[in-house]
Design a protein around this ligand. Sequence first.
Ligand SMILES: [Zn+2]
Length: 197
Amino acid sequence: MDYMILVNQSHPLPEDWEKLLQTVTVVNSVGDEVVVEKKTYDAYLLLKKSLEEKDGICLEPDSGLRSIAEQQEIMERFTEKYGAEYARKTVAPPGYSEHHTGLAVDLYYRLKNADGSVRDVYTNEELEEHPDIWAVIHGRLAEFGFILRYPEGKTHITGYQYEPWHIRYLDSAAAAADIMGRPGLTLEEWLAEKGSK
Ligand SMILES: [Zn+2]
């Protein structure tokens, strides 16, 4: 399995990928099933443990693997609801979403209230209100082999607006540290530098 795989709006998922993929299925704190590639999930658990112990941030997976068939359904639902133009702008075409790889996870988190109870910080609007918390999370990603996949100001390269919640596993802390050590660098640019894509 090539953990450095590039899937974006001009690089589709390789045909044999779904056949080779080994996954785990978990249920998150809001009761949704999330499927993630096996090694990615192990690394995610280490990241989660570290953030919980050191920062009191309790990560949860919102979305992991989406099959090409599921992406097709999402595209159809969005087209029906919002029109074809909006759907094209916001939903990756089936075959071209990084979520097909199983190596991408969209995160949310739970925070402890003063009285010890826990609340889910779940909607995009709420998640965007806490850049301080994302900064802590992003600061920890590389150690566990993850990168922030869609940094700010790089829509012209990634095809996506800034998504603080979308992380991508590379199975290499060194590669991840190299990318995250240069804020704003994208996987596309890093792979191009290496001459591999
Ligand atoms: Zn995502």
